[in-house]
Design a protein around this ligand. Structure first.
Ligand code: ADP
Ligand code: ADP
Ligand code: MG
Length: 661
């Protein structure tokens, strides 16, 4: 076994790999860029080596410096994690030349599977069912149209070198094919320096289901079952679960069999994933093989009890797989949610800043894979993943209940994040029912995520929390003023709670060990142990406990978050609301005629000109931030009156880019 390994990655995955290495008695070396000097993975490692400045090309993708770091520290092997150099055959070959073991498959398997066209050819030859399509590189628009017609609409235009959901366009018509071909090619050129494009059938209402594979140097191949990753945004996974609520045993067997056949065809020797797209009739088609550890591997670990990183390390060290297929036992259900620094209410724009508060949830059946700590910075240079929250249980509904409760408890302040959005997804009855597809998010959140968006359920809890918080605050004030002694504590207090401006009459009085709370004429017995100042308020009704995140706002107000719903409440004396209702509302400046930059970034292009008529949804400008091109689109029809910024400008948040007439 290795004595020391280097982890050529950062963030949660670097930390996760170190945990296993440590348990196996292997010393760890971290690498870091100038932006990550204080990062958690650097703090966790036994040793850390600086490999360059912040941009990944100069640091986490800097082959020479990383190999040099192995030499300098005597690391015998490198685990690449996911992303970065994990699927780079040149890196694997260079390491081998330097006498360092790559903890992953052999370079030829990476190269064969790294190309979507090549891998599909291989898959066909291995008897794996593939998406109907055309495996030639297409560069002419008219050839593309002819091929798309032959395949039949809709089609999907893809980059051969694609990854991370980039370089993909769905097209339902000749015109869309022409436009999609050039935009997919240019995205592929800038993301992968490779603009080869091919076209295949777009499977409608599909599910994404993938099979986890493990292979060793003796030709043993086993599968660890499937993961369903159909909850996606822009072709990127958001929630993943194991097993899939959709597969029957026959389909599962057939998919696993084909995945193993493909792994055998490339003599696969590590952990890898064979991705499939599955249609409504359970026909399945090979998408691609990822020759690395996958972001969502923890759900497989939860249902099999295996440690995938440990198995990768053992195989790389030359050991045979310690398990045969019949040793792989599946139990329970697990689901993972990706916690991102992004603003779901502003089209998921990446958010940067300091994690002023960071309190991940703890509890039965929970696992949190984090790459950050309270006080850490999320910067512009890397993927905005903050953590992965994994909940498991004996069955799907237990796992979902735990995930839902844990999301309510997940407390992050200092930057925008997607926790409330994830909670809203999990709260959807259709998600519960398991009737999901890759179009789920687009269909269930057609206008994007606008909080508050909730139903009655979360609002009731939020009102209760606001009422209880007010009551606890007045109890504390009374205690401080020394008034409590001698005065009856059982008195009711009446309030009017304005929830996003709507008044609700409320009365709270102590009863038993808790309170009798009457809201809109309906009474409930509730208890809470909340202390003013604490960010989480737990409301208990009978045996059911709900966590509500609570923050005080100026003017007797609270900001409350529960079940994916975010609300502002003002708790006023009973008659104050009537007076308030008579007061004119404060006027906000009208910004509806302006296009504002939703985040700090670089204005890379304005795609319209003065006098041009645009329709809602048409692109107006492109802002670059966090390695992503963010297309800003018209929210309504109109004519461009004036450009107020120039491509190349650095934009501040809310800076005006252009004006409509
Ligand atoms: P998974 O299937 O494991 O979820 P993803 O496709 O979401 O994998 O990618 C995992 C990580 O690797 C993400 O951080 C993504 O941005 C990054 N990534 C994937 N492919 C590439 C690529 N070709 N180039 C750069 N980064 C990539
Ligand atoms: P990447 O390398 O970016 O992960 P994939 O080929 O794995 O690219 O596709 C990513 C996602 O795009 C899939 O999970 C699926 O949601 C969607 N997708 C890809 N190909 C198809 C297809 N032929 N039909 C329908 N959806 C597809
Ligand atoms: Mg994929």
């Amino acid at each position: 076994m290795f004595k020391k390994i280097l982890i050529a990655n950062r963030g949660e995955i670097a930390c996760r790999i170190m945990r296993t290495a440590r348990r196996m008695g292997i010393a760890t070396v971290a690498i870091y860029s100038d932006a990550d000097e204080e990062a958690l993975h650097v703090r966790m490692a036994d040793e850390a080596v600086r490999v360059g400045p912040a941009p990944s090309v100069d640091s986490y993708l800097n082959l020479a410096r990383i190999i040099e770091a192995c030499r300098a520290t005597g690391a015998e092997a490198v685990h690449p994690g996911y992303g970065f150099l994990s699927e780079n055959p040149v890196f694997a070959r260079e390491l081998a030349k330097a006498g360092v073991v790559f903890i992953g498959p052999q370079p030829d398997a990476i190269a064969a599977m790294g190309d979507k066209i090549e891998s599909k050819r291989l898959a066909r030859a291995a008897g794996v069912s593939s998406v109907p399509g055309h495996l030639d590189v297409i560069s002419e628009a008219e050839t593309a149209v002819a091929i798309a017609r032959e395949i039949g609409y809709p089609v999907i235009i893809k980059a051969a070198a694609g990854g991370g959901g980039k370089g993909m366009r769905i097209a339902g018509s000749d015109a869309a094919v022409r436009e999609g071909l050039s935009s997919a090619a240019s995205e592929a050129r800038s993301s992968f320096a490779d603009d080869r494009i091919f076209i295949e059938k777009y499977i409608e209402q599909p599910r994404h289901i993938e099979i986890q594979i493990l292979g060793d140097n003796e030709g043993n191949i086993v599968h660890l079952g499937e993961r369903e990753c159909s909850i996606q945004r822009r072709h990127q996974k958001v929630l993943e679960e194991a097993p899939s609520p959709f597969l029957d045993p026959e389909t599962r067997e057939a998919m696993a069999g084909q995945a193993m056949a493909l792994a055998r065809a490339v003599d696969y020797r590590s952990a890898g994933t064979v991705e499939f797209i599955v249609d409504r009739r359970r026909n399945f088609y090979f998408l691609e093989m990822n020759t690395r550890l996958q972001v969502e591997h923890p759900v497989t670990e939860a249902v099999t009890g295996l440690d995938l990183v440990e198995l990768m390390i053992r195989v790389a060290a030359g050991e045979p797989l310690p398990i045969a297929q019949h040793d792989v036992q599946f139990a329970g259900w697990a689901i993972e949610a990706r916690i991102y620094a992004e603003d779901p209410t502003r089209n998921f724009l990446p958010s940067i800043g300091r994690l002023v508060r960071y309190r991940p949830p703890k509890g039965d059946g929970l696992r949190v894979d984090t790459g950050v700590y309270e006080g850490a910075e999320i910067g512009v240079h890397y993927d905005p993943l903050i953590a992965k929250l994994i909940a498991c249980g004996g069955d799907r509904s237990t796992a979902l209940d735990r995930l839902r409760a844990a999301l309510d408890e997940y407390y992050i302040r200092g930057l925008q994040h997607n926790v409330a959005f994830l909670a809203a997804v999990v709260a959807k009855p259709r998600f519960r029912s398991g009737l999901i597809s890759t179009s789920f998010l687009a269909e269930e959140f057609p206008g994007g995520f606008a909080a508050p968006c909730g139903s009655v359920g979360p609002d009731e809890v939020i009102l209760l929390a606001a009422a209880l918080a007010r009551r606890r605050l007045s109890e504390r004030e009374a205690a401080i003023n020394g008034k409590l002694a001698g005065t009856p504590t059982g008195l009711a207090e009446d309030y009017t709670i304005l929830l996003d401006g709507r008044p609700h009459p409320v009365s709270v009085r102590p009863e038993g060990s808790g309170y009798r709370v009457e809201i809109d004429g309906k009474a409930r017995l509730a208890t809470t142990d909340w202390q003013p100042g604490h960010p989480l308020l737990h409301v208990r009704i009978d045996r059911h406990v709900s966590a509500v995140q609570i923050e005080r706002l100026p003017g007797a107000g609270f900001r409350l978050v529960h079940g994916g719903v975010i609300r502002q409440a003002r708790v006023l004396p009973p008659r104050a609301a009537e007076l308030l209702a008579l007061m004119p509302e404060k006027k906000r400046p009208d910004t509806s005629r302006l296009l504002l930059s939703p985040m700090p970034g670089l204005l890379s292009a304005i795609t319209v000109s003065v006098g041009q008529e645009v329709k809602a949804g048409e692109p107006l400008a492109i802002v670059e931030a966090m390695k992503m091109e963010n297309v800003l689109r018209a929210e309504r029809d109109g004519r461009i009156a004036k450009l107020r910024a120039t491509p190349g400008d650095s934009l501040a948040v809310d800076q005006v880019i252009l004006e409509f007439e």
